[in-house]
Design a protein around this ligand. Structure first.
Ligand code: PSV
Ligand code: MN
Length: 382
């Protein structure tokens, strides 16, 4: 296995919203030089690709990245050296959605939400994006508030309509989340629910695993292995969590978990163009572009370690029932320092071996602080 060739071909997608301001419900801290529109977000995403060489696309979030001319935005991205990745829909920030979007009891609200999802497919057509990401904040806060089963029927109806609208080379990824903003019962709370809907729909519907969307202690790599085996793993929204949906830098809280996930991806044949490695993060207190560069590097390091696992030795130990031996094979790979290998790879790709240092020395950070004066800074939710 040519590990370097595999790493060179890796494709990690950064999210447009990572470049805008973000925070908690307590405070959003404004940072200097933050983009004021989708064009500037894409310019920042292009920097991450420039220094890492493995982040060639940027995901959009609609309406946060609404523009008059999407073909022009796609052209701007191409000129900056990146492409448009997944289109993330948003049916969670309109007053109409207080009781839900596609599962709302009122047919008028459901129609409005489905209209938005169909608009996102139009944007895919205009930008050349092949992936629609669906996340629903829908759910209920109190027992008896609405009929749990009827909400599943409404969800299925909406998914049917969006699925039917997809072009031959387009797909949608259905994202699940345990809780928040609904606290009692979320309509797509777990991978099983997402999987069942996707299975019913067909091959253009797959599940996306946001690593922050599980109960503490959940074995995410098991979910990954299972979905891959069924051909239903569409991709990841990578981030780290200590407590809830923290959206911290991937690999920061638990690099060992990230390695275990990447190992199952490699083991299950998911290290291919079919499984999207996307980041879904917010940089509330750290600078955003270096935050993204660090995140991309963290995914690369976990991937390199996963690729280093001696699969033949592991299989031999496993079939011999050698518990400690099998565990040691995995730990040997995890404990390998892959930074020299990645530095070498970057040099072969005509990149600086140290992306963080090279970005810091580039002057781009100071340039955007000087240039981006006036206007309204972009942000999560804006
Ligand atoms: C919801 O928590 C989510 O993970 C969805 O992917 C949204 O689109 C994204 O966060 C926005 O940050
Ligand atoms: Mn997500």
């Amino acid at each position: 296995m040519d590990i370097k060739a595999l790493l060179r071909a890796q494709h990690i997608e950064t999210p447009s919203w990572a470049y805008g301001n973000s925070g908690t419900r307590f405070k959003v801290f404004a940072q200097q030089g933050v983009p004021r529109d989708p064009y500037e977000k894409i310019a920042d995403a292009a920097q991450v690709h420039l220094f890492t060489g493995v982040a060639p696309t940027v995901a959009l979030h609609i309406p946060w990245d609404r523009v008059d001319d999407y073909a022009d935005l796609a052209r701007h991205a191409r000129e900056a050296g990146v492409g448009i990745g997944a289109i993330n829909s948003n049916v969670f920030q309109d007053d109409d959605y207080m009781l839900g979007s596609v599962t709302h009891p009122d047919a008028r609200v459901r129609r409005k939400a489905i209209g938005h999802l169909l608009e996102c497919v139009d944007i895919m057509d205009e930008t050349g994006s092949d992936t629609l990401k669906l996340w629903f904040s829908d759910g209920i806060n109190y027992p008896g508030q609405d009929d749990i089963r009827a909400r599943q029927d409404r969800l299925a109806e909406a998914l049917d309509e969006v699925y039917a609208r997809l072009g031959p080379s387009q797909r949608f990824l259905l994202e699940y989340k345990l809780f928040e903003p609904a606290f009692y019962a979320t309509d797509v709370p777990d991978w099983g629910t997402a999987y069942a809907h996707c299975l019913r729909l067909g091959p253009k519907a797959q599940v996306v695993v946001d690593t922050g969307h599980h109960a503490p202690g959940t074995n995410i790599e098991f979910i990954v292995a299972f979905l891959l085996r069924e051909g239903k793993l569409g991709g990841f929204d990578f981030n780290s969590r200590f407590y809830a949906d923290d959206d911290l830098m991937v690999g920061a809280a638990d690099p060992f978990q990230l390695f275990r996930i990447m190992y199952e991806v490699v083991r299950g044949g998911g290290y291919s163009a079919d499984v999207a490695f996307m980041l879904d993060q917010c940089h509330n207190i750290e600078p955003k572009i270096p935050g993204q560069i660090r995140s991309v590097m963290n995914v690369q390091e976990a991937t390199a370690k996963a690729l280093l696992v001696d699969r033949a030795a592991l299989a031999a130990a496993q079939s011999a029932g050698d518990v400690l031996g099998a565990n040691a094979v995995l730990m040997d790979a995890y404990n390998t320092d892959v930074r020299p290998l990645l530095a070498e790879l970057r040099e072969e790709m005509s990149l600086h071996p140290d992306p963080m240092g090279a970005y810091a020395a580039s002057g781009y950070g100071a340039k955007i602080v000087a240039e981006r004066v006036g206007g309204a800074q972009a942000g999560w939710g804006a």
